[in-house]
Design a protein around this ligand. Structure first.
Ligand code: ADP
Length: 188
């Protein structure tokens, strides 16, 4: 099972991806986590993307596609992948389909976390106060949400046409969201 967790920034994709990893042994591939790790390590890549990330804009397709390509090559025996925060553009989705095909794999399901934008703003304001992630500040979050609407939302029809998209209510509690995601994955 290769799955994309889809939804706007701060919809709870990372939380649910970690649960699925623990419960099913799937490998979580989060480009946001990979880019943050690159920054922490002080690598050339990390330095290159830092300002873009803090502003809330997307880094280039080329960079994130290369990260995913490496991760797929390093996890050849994984029982499944959960893509979290990737793909975020149609070009990334097309590249992902091509990369998976080279490994004899495909995307089986795209689970969309449906969330209310006002509640998202409240969540992010709270997370910014608690964790201080630079791109959670209100200005950057606005840029992230706009990037989602302009560049990422077009993936909804992309996966709908392939009949892979399933929606779940992302505003329920963490346990209930997890139950709905499990049902969406296991339904034929
Ligand atoms: P969120 O919490 O908003 O879901 P992520 O942790 O996935 O955010 O990503 C944080 C930032 O990293 C993004 O705002 C963007 O700058 C960069 N990033 C992560 N994944 C991608 C991607 N697939 N394409 C382009 N930029 C990305």
């Amino acid at each position: 099972m290769n799955l994309i967790l889809f939804g706007p920034p701060a919809a709870g994709k990372g939380t649910q991806a970690k649960r699925l990893t623990a419960e099913r042994g799937y490998v979580q591939l989060s480009t946001g986590d990979m880019l943050r790790a690159a920054r922490k390590s002080g690598s050339e890549l990390g330095q290159k993307v830092a300002a873009i990330m803090d502003s809330g804009s997307l880094v280039s397709d080329e960079i994130v596609i290369a990260l995913i390509e490496d991760a797929l090559a390093q996890n050849k025996t994984a029982p499944g992948f959960i893509f979290d925060g990737f793909p975020r553009t149609v070009a990334q989705a097309e590249a992902l389909d091509a990369m998976l095909a080279r490994h004899g794999k495909q995307i089986d399901r795209v689970v969309q976390l449906e969330v209310d934008s006002q509640q998202l703003l409240d969540r992010v304001a709270k997370r910014f106060a608690e964790e201080g992630r630079a791109d959670d500040n209100p200005e950057s979050y606005k840029v992230r949400l706009n990037a989602y609407l302009a560049q990422t939302a077009p993936l909804i029809p992309y996966y709908e046409q392939k009949n892979k998209l399933r929606g779940v209510d992302g505003m329920a509690g963490i346990e209930d969201v997890a139950t709905s995601i499990a049902a969406a994955i296991d339904a034929r």
